[in-house]
Design a protein around this ligand. Sequence first.
Ligand code: NAD
Ligand code: UGA
Length: 466
Amino acid sequence: MKKINKICCIGAGYVGGPTMSVIAHKCPEIKVTVVDINANRIKAWNDENLDKLPVYEPGLKEIIAETRNKNLFFSTEVDKAIDEAEMIFISVNTPTKTYGKGKGQAADLKFIELCARNIAKVAKDDKIVVEKSTLPVRTAQAIKNILDNTGNHVNFEILSNPEFLAEGTAINDLLHADRVLIGGDETPEGEAAKEALSAIYEHWLPKENILKTNIWSSELSKLVANAFLAQRISSINSISALCEKTDANVQEVSKAIGLDSRIGSKFLNASVGFGGSCFQKDILNLVYIAKSYGLQEVADYWEQVIIMNDYQKSRFANNIISTLYNTVSGKKIVFYGWAFKKDTNDTRESAAIYVADALLEEQAEIVIYDPKVSEERIYADLDYLNTRSEEENRKLVTVVKDPIDASKDAHAIAVLTEWDEFKAYNWETIFKQMLKPAFVFDGRRILDKEKINSIGFNYYRIGENA
Ligand code: NAD
Ligand code: UGA
C-alpha cells in the first residue's frame, strides 16, 4: 500500500480548514497544505491572532496553534501544492446553480471542474484525488473523464470521501466520527487507494468505523444522510404547528416518540427552521437528480422537506406580526442571534435572514445582536436577497454589540439562534427597559418559560400554545 506523506487540499473553507487541521494534528509525519484562490481567506488562516481565523469552531484555534507552519500550511500556491502532493482533496464549494439548466436546484459544479482541470494540467506523477465536497451521484465520472484525457500518462485514482461534520461541533465530530465513508473503484488500484486513505483516518479512528463502498454509493449516501437529517427537522416542525393549535407540547411529543429506539431522540428539536449551507442545497440537488431520472414522485417527496422548512420560517414571522396587533411598522424588534446555529459564525441560509426579510417588508425596525457574526456579514446577507435597496436595509436594520442595551424601548425580542449566553441574560433588566406589553418570541425554545412569564413578558415559543 502506498504510504501518503504529502497531502494537498483545494478549498480552505468550513470543511477544508477544520478537516485538514485535524489530519495534520493526528498525523504529524504528513505534510498537509491547504490552498485556496481566495487570498484574504488564506491570509486569515495565517493570521498571528488566532481569533481572526476565518472559521470559528470550538477547539480549532488550539489545533491550529499546534500544527500551523509545522506540518500544516495555508497557501495560495495551488499549482505547487498539487504538484507536490500524493493525495489531493477537493473541498471547494458546490452551491445551488443560479443560472441555466437546473437553476435553483442542481449543484453548480464549475468549481469542481476547475479543480479537476487544474490537477490535470499540473500533475506529473500518479495522484489519488479525493472528493471531499458534497457532489451529485456520478460526479466522479466527470472528474475521471477530465483527468484521464490529459495525455500525460499520469494515473489518477478517484475516491469519494464525503464529510459529515456539523458546524459548531466540527472538531469533536472529526475526532470522534461515527463513521468515515470511502468510496472507490472496486479494482486492485481502487482498493489500494481506499486503503491509503483509510490508513490516514486509522491514526485516530477504529478501522471498523471506516466504511468502504463503491464510489456511487458513497456519493449518494452523503446527499441521503443530509436529506434524512433535514427530514426529521421538517417532520417535527410540522408537528410543532399542530401542537400550537391543540395544546400539545412539541417537546413532550419529541421525547415521547424519541424514546422508541427505532425512532431515536436526536435531531428532533423543533425550531424556527433549519439553516446552513447544505441541507437545502443537498435536498434540492437530490430532487433534481431524481427528476432527471424521471422519478417525479421521489422528487416531490423530498421537495416537501424544503416546503415545510419555508413554511416554518414564515409561520414564525407571521406570528410575530399577528401577535403585535397585526402591525410591526416602526416597531423595534430585537433579534438575538443571526448565525444558523450556535457556536458558529456561519450565517448561510440562516432562518434569521428570512424572518428579518419578512418583518422588514412590514417596515419593522430590527436591531440585531449575535456574538460571532459581523455587521458586514449581516448587511451582506440582507442585501443578497435583493428585496430592497442597500440604503433601506441600513436604515431599518441596526447591528449592535450590547444585547441588553439593545432592548431599550423595544416592542419584542425574537430568539433566532440558540446561543447559550441568551439563557444567562438578566431578563428582569431587559423587561424593565422594554415597552409594555413586552413580547418574547423564542424560535429555539431555549428560555425558561416559567421564569420569563413570571417577569411579566408575553412569551411565545415554537410548538406550544402560549
Ligand atoms: P466554503 O465556501 O466555506 O469553502 C470553499 C472554498 O473553496 C472557498 O474558500 C473558495 O474560495 C475555495 N475554492 C473554490 N474554487 C476553488 C479553486 N478552483 N481553487 C482553489 N480554491 C477554490 O465551503 P465549505 O462549507 O467548506 O463546503 C465545501 C464542500 O463541503 C461543499 O461541497 C459542502 O457541501 C461540503 N460540506 C460542507 C459542510 C459544512 O458544514 N460547511 C459539511 C459537510 C460537507
Ligand atoms: C449538517 C449535518 O448535520 C452534517 O452531518 C453535514 O455534514 C452538514 O450538514 C453538511 O453537509 O454541511 P450543519 O448544517 O453544520 O450540519 O449543522 P446541523 O447541526 O445539522 O444543523 C443544521 C440546522 O438544523 C441548524 O439550523 C440547526 O439549528 C437546525 N436543527 C438541527 C434543528 O432545527 N433541530 C434539530 O433538532 C437539529
